[in-house]
Design a protein around this ligand. Structure first.
Ligand SMILES: Cc1ncc(COP(=O)(O)O)c(C=O)c1O
Length: 470
């Protein structure tokens, strides 16, 4: 099929309500097709996608077995709702609860949804039903989605359904975040809000400072009022990698007060960090875990909520009226099954760990080489580079940093400068906060692709070095 790109762009301009850029700023990026890790534009240019979509195409694009499964399920079923049995939903549930999570002992049952926001919305509802408590605590620099509940846990204010423009105007949705949502400090040790230089210094008194603060918060709210703490263990947006002591301490704290721990693995799940799920690196288990993106490598809209055995038993004693039309859609479930089987056959989490070690080593080589690199951190195939104006003082280029409202000239953001320069070399990297570059290729990435991407990042960082001051 030949595409008239002028028409496509004209219709988009006229009829589609876009995000991220104002009408004036809009720059269309036509995509002819996607092949492997490459986005191919109509003029034949190939862009190496080192963000794997939205850090979401874990098993790679257009896997033939996934395509075949989608075609077969569509041909046979089209749509039936979840109260009717198709083979796919039950198999997907078994693969996740028994084959992937069985050895960890905690997982009881799973439900399926269509997006990460919806999965988190559902997790919050379950936690409130189970505990009979009203309040939710999330942490700074997090993103859990955009719907009322999930969005109220999302603490990046720019991403919280706001509107902003280059002229500096900014508006938030009134009545949002909703009542009953509270924000705790995140263990962002690179710029510790308590002034500690390192996790070791912070923990010299035998506790983690930001966790102590969360404990005070729980005491002040009344533990009997707190239904859940929801967190990403590695924050997708701002690459805050939780120290093990924080994760273990949070698990102890929530257990002590009967608070549900919701582990949002929408971005970190399905092999991204070098294990099936990120919590597995930390020797703890959650009460509820949410997932999306990698569950189907984003080839269709799919998400899920896994609940512990205790919570599953509790819910199954009732008739629970909760039924999104698209939950467990057979075509989507067929793709989920095939995607997971493929990840198992090729042991993609182990591959991510191995290739991630290589990627991490290569990225860490850039730190001493570039004035603008403050910190390189990551796990598996999920990495971030903290871009700084002054390395010694850890001074960010944009002082608002993770509190950005997204106003002003965002093309001047350090991440966007690096993105533009890396694109000159045909590699896509980027970020949603001004100073934090995110890197997250598909788990099928090759060593050659890593070398190409690191060379492009190296080139792009050199341009930013010129903006540093010592
Ligand atoms: C950690 C995390 N949770 C939730 C979401 C929301 O998922 P969705 O965009 O599918 O609603 C995202 C999306 O990027 C995410 O990264």
């Amino acid at each position: 099929m030949s595409v008239d790109w002028d028409k496509v762009i004209e219709w988009d301009k006229k009829y589609y309500l876009r995000i991220k850029q104002s009408a004036e700023e809009w720059t269309p990026i036509p995509v002819e097709k996607v092949e492997g890790s490459y986005i191919i534009t109509p003029d034949g240019s190939k862009i190496l996608d080192f963000l794997s979509g939205l850090i979401s195409v874990n098993a790679g694009q257009r896997q033939p077995k996934v395509i075949e499964a989608i075609k077969t399920a569509l041909d046979k079923y089209g749509y039936v709702w979840e109260m009717m049995q198709t083979p796919y939903k039950s198999l997907a549930a078994k693969l996740i609860v028994e084959d992937i999570l069985g050895k960890d002992g905690w997982a009881g049952k799973v439900r399926f949804a269509s997006s990460g926001s919806e999965a988190n919305e559902e997790a919050l509802i379950i936690a409130k039903l189970y505990t009979g408590r009203p309040f939710i605590i999330s942490r700074e620099f997090s993103y859990h989605g955009w719907t009322l509940g999930a969005g109220s846990c999302s603490t990046f204010r720019w991403w919280r359904n706001t509107i902003a423009n280059a002229r500096g105007e900014y508006k938030e949705v009134q009545g949002f975040p909703a009542q009953g949502f509270f924000v705790a400090r995140a263990p962002f040790c690179y710029r510790c809000p308590y002034g500690y230089d390192s996790p070791r210094e912070c923990q010299s008194g035998g506790y983690v400072a930001c966790l102590k603060d969360m404990e005070y918060m729980i005491q002040n709210l009344g533990p009997q009022n707190v239904a859940a703490v929801i967190t990403e263990i590695i924050s997708g947006g701002g690459l805050v990698i939780s120290p093990p002591e924080w994760v273990k301490g949070l698990r102890d704290l929530t257990r002590k007060h009967g608070i549900i721990l919701i582990d949002d693995e929408v971005m970190t799940g399905f092999g991204r960090t070098g294990s099936w799920f990120c919590y597995q690196h930390y020797g703890v288990t959650p009460d509820i875990m949410t997932m999306a993106k990698g569950i189907v490598s984003s080839q269709l809209p799919a998400a899920g909520v896994v609940v512990s055995k205790e919570i599953a038993k509790f819910l199954e004693d009732y008739r629970w009226w909760h039924s999104p039309t698209f939950s467990s859609h057979p075509v989507v479930m067929a793709a989920v099954c095939e995607n997971i089987k493929l990840m198992m056959e090729e042991d993609l989490p182990a591959r991510a760990a191995k290739m991630g070690e290589y990627l991490g080593r290569r990225l860490n080589e850039l730190e001493p080489k570039h004035e603008c690199v403050g910190q390189v951190s990551g796990l598996g195939l999920f990495w971030g580079i903290e871009l700084v104006k002054n390395k010694k003082k850890r001074e960010p280029f944009f002082t608002e940093d993770r509190f950005t409202k997204g106003t002003g000239d965002v093309s001047k953001w350090a991440v966007n400068i690096v993105q533009t320069k890396a694109l000159e070399k045909g590699v896509l990297v980027g970020g949603f906060t001004p100073n934090c570059l995110r890197i997250g290729p598909a788990l099928t990435v090759t060593q050659e692709e890593i070398n190409r991407a690191v060379d492009a990042i190296d080139y792009a960082l050199t341009a930013l070095d010129a903006e540093c001051r010592s």
